[in-house]
Design a protein around this ligand. Structure first.
Ligand code: ZN
Length: 216
């Protein structure tokens, strides 16, 4: 997925121009009532552009009301409010991916003065600069990475949350042995349930559900 950026309508472009000229930018401006139409324009554009697929987990949501989606700032608006309306910094993500990624640093160089224009400047699989499938393998609800970026994205967005639930884990699954096993099991033609059963058997008892250090 390499997205076509949103092209702002005249009134949105005027608001963005005023914001970009403002010397003291704050991320909370995003929630200002006057930004509502711009947020709606961004969301509508990227839901359509992404064909109702989350930019990180790539799971479909065919709903049209827009309430299931968050406008995604690839570089967090809290970290870099000057990129709040930068078209190539925007997309839509599902609530769970966005909630996991939150404000994590996604820039290789956090001090970059301007918005980078190349894939290698980002730690995350970037919806405008990367082909998702070059970095991440998905089979049903099981994810494995091809690249460092893919691995970063799987862990930051907690893409294996679905398998964590099937397995019964209550903490993020981030173990390279898991991905190695997933790859070999997928190559063998195993189903998600078979993979989950296999992984569950190989999760050490001190990290499985019921352990003292697990969150309730
Ligand atoms: Zn998602």
């Amino acid at each position: 997925m390499v997205l076509n950026p949103v092209v702002y309508c005249e009134s949105s472009a005027a608001l963005v121009a005023r914001y970009d000229a403002e010397p003291d930018k704050v991320s909370t401006y995003w929630s200002d009532e006057e930004v509502n139409p711009v947020r709606l324009e961004i969301k509508a554009h990227y839901i359509k552009e992404q064909q109702h697929l989350c930019c990180y987990c790539r799971l479909p949501d065919p709903s049209t009301h827009g309430l299931d989606w968050d406008v995604e700032h690839v570089v967090s608006k809290k970290r870099r409010p000057e990129f709040m309306f930068t078209q190539v910094n925007l997309g839509v993500a599902c609530k769970e991916c966005n909630g996991s990624k939150r404000d994590k640093e996604t820039l290789v160089d956090p001090s970059a003065a301007t918005y980078p224009s190349s894939s290698d400047a980002f730690l995350v699989v970037h919806p405008h600069f990367d082909e998702w499938s070059d970095h991440i393998l998905r089979d049903d609800l099981t994810y494995a990475s091809f690249t460092v970026k893919g691995k970063w994205t799987i862990e930051a967005c907690r893409l294996n949350r679905f398998n964590e639930r099937v397995i019964g884990l209550r903490f993020p699954l981030s173990d390279s042995r898991y991905e190695d096993q997933v790859r070999s099991l997928l190559a063998d033609g195993s189903t998600l349930q078979e993979i989950a059963n296999h992984i569950q058997l190989s999760v050490p008892t001190d990290t499985a559900e019921g352990s003292d250090h697990l969150a309730s």
